[in-house]
Design a protein around this ligand. Structure first.
Ligand code: DAH
Length: 344
């Protein structure tokens, strides 16, 4: 009786030894057959109760041998197959040329900023930068905007949560103050950077954007000088046939003050929307530096005069590339950004 059971297990061992799975499908079949939940060795274990008590130990050892043989074969074949795969992966042609790495393109705001910097550098302006977190003095007071001045409400300023005397600058005009406080005329600088305003985001306005500030202080600097510099800038950036106009305006730190518009066009519905129905897009504020500002920054207004201007860079990019929604400049959609050349 018992010997028949032994023979069955021995036959099973022989069967397992004879197996030679050569690929992962065959190996899976092997696993299911000898190691899976319904494997063929399991029923042999059930025969234990029919084996004579004296032979049970021996029978058990033989069953374990069958199981181990199956496990060993599985592992050996499996590691062989993995080895084969990685050998396949080593079949690289190391001499093949590399795949091309796609080149990114510059952001339109960077392209236009670089052009603006080029234009002003060529006529003797140097580039300076300054901080984005400011105090009241640099953002307002020294710019002729005392505490109770209504112009403080002209822009909605983000104050720091823990320190209401400090804020994210709402304009790059702050850099004028830093420059005049630390340098003697002649001063001829432009200063690009980020500014922040608590504005409702729309097609025309954003809560964070970029400006370039300009300042020229020397003896005998006139309004006519300012107009020429701005005209030169507009021709260089937009082309010889650009149309600009100056409108009288008000800023606390300049007297007189003006706003500069560039002609956009008035054909499509978009043109109407972008220019509020005028055909003109406002691109900068400017004016003669108010004598109070010179005085507060330690420059004698009896000796020196100056002009200043501040422009939004996004505005220039929108006019130059006819972008009709400022939000596109902040969304980082690669389909939009890849349209701009990386030349600059
Ligand atoms: N800071 C002004 C603004 O953010 C722009 C400006 C106007 C700057 C006149 C100037 C200036 O330097 O003279 O709206």
């Amino acid at each position: 009786m018992s010997s028949m059971h032994f023979e069955k297990v021995q036959a099973m061992i022989a069967e397992i030894e004879a197996q030679a799975p050569t690929n992962s499908d065959e190996l899976e079949q092997f696993r299911l057959r000898y190691l899976g939940a319904k494997n063929l060795i399991k029923p042999l274990f059930a025969m234990m109760k029919d084996v004579a008590a004296d032979d049970r130990k021996h029978f058990g050892l033989l069953l374990n041998e069958a199981k181990q043989k199956a496990e060993q074969k599985f592992e050996t074949v499996q590691s062989g197959l993995v080895g084969q795969k990685s050998k396949g992966n080593q079949d690289f042609d190391l001499t093949a040329p590399g795949l091309p790495i796609p080149l990114g393109s510059r952001h339109p705001v960077s392209i236009v900023l670089n052009q603006i910097i080029d234009i002003f550098r060529r006529i003797g302006f140097t580039v300076v930068e300054n901080r984005e977190i400011e105090d009241e003095w640099h953002n307002f007071t020294a710019l002729n905007t005392p505490d109770d001045h209504p112009a403080r409400d002209m822009t909605d300023t983000y104050y720091l949560k823990n320190d209401m005397t400090r804020m994210l600058r709402s304009q790059t005009s702050t850099v004028q103050v830093h420059e005049m406080e630390t340098k003697k005329p002649p001063i001829r600088i432009i200063s690009p950077g980020r500014v922040y305003r608590n504005e409702t985001i729309s097609a025309r306005a954003h809560a964070q954007f970029h400006q370039v500030e300009g300042l020229y202080v020397d003896k005998d600097v006139s309004f006519a000088d300012m107009k020429q510099v701005i005209m030169h800038f507009a021709r260089e950036l937009y082309g010889e046939d650009v149309k600009i106009r100056l409108r009288p305006s008000y800023f606390p730190f300049t007297e007189p003050s003006a706003e500069v518009d560039v002609y956009w066009g008035l054909n499509s519905e978009d043109d109407h929307r972008m220019t509020k129905g005028t055909g003109w897009l406002e691109i900068m504020g400017c004016g003669m530096v108010d004598p109070n500002v010179l005085q507060m920054c330690g420059i004698d207004p009896e000796v020196y005069t100056g002009f200043a201007f501040g422009m939004g860079i996004e505005r220039q990019a929108m006019r130059k590339y006819k972008i009709n929604d400022i939000r596109m400049l902040f969304e980082n959609d690669i389909r939009f950004l890849s349209q701009f050349s990386s030349a600059h």
